[in-house]
Design a protein. Structure first.
Length: 146
């Protein structure tokens, strides 16, 4: 059903069976993932290292990738990652967590413009950060020369 939206993740041992081939990795008893979607262990990944620009799924707190940013499962536009949509449809009540509307695959939509806007925003922030670093280095040099 959702397989056309989901991409198989890297092979992970001990993955929860409800996720099938779309698992992100082994889960703790509380359900928190030990692996990020990109395959890096979450234990080695702290919140301090998070890119400020990354938007996260409000349910699992994993960063939303470009596919997630462009995918809308509900007309209310409440954004959750594809893995959570799959889990909600297969293991839970199949309703949007925000508006309680039933998820219907026929109403799923993909809008790549949101991912494009996010990429542009990230690029603008990086440029501004690089500009600030350059100005800071120039200020430090001028202070040293004085």
């Amino acid at each position: 059903a959702l397989s056309r939206w989901l991409r198989p993740a890297a092979h992970c041992h001990g993955a929860p069976s409800f996720l099938g081939p779309f698992s992100r990795g082994p889960a703790t008893p509380a359900g928190a993932c030990l692996f990020r979607r990109d395959g890096r262990p979450a234990a080695k990944y702290s919140m301090d290292n998070e890119d400020e620009e990354e938007e996260a799924c409000p349910l699992c707190m994993q960063p939303l990738d470009e596919t997630d940013l462009s995918f809308f499962a509900c007309p209310c536009n409440y954004q959750v990652c594809l893995f959570c949509v799959h889990y909600i449809m297969e293991q839970m009540n199949g309703k949007c967590p925000a508006c309680r509307t039933d998820y219907v695959e026929a109403s799923f939509r993909y809008d790549a413009s949101r991912a494009q806007k996010h990429r542009e925003k990230v690029a603008d922030k990086r440029k501004a950060g690089e500009k600030d670093k350059g100005a800071q280095k120039r200020d430090e040099k001028s202070k040293e020369e004085q």
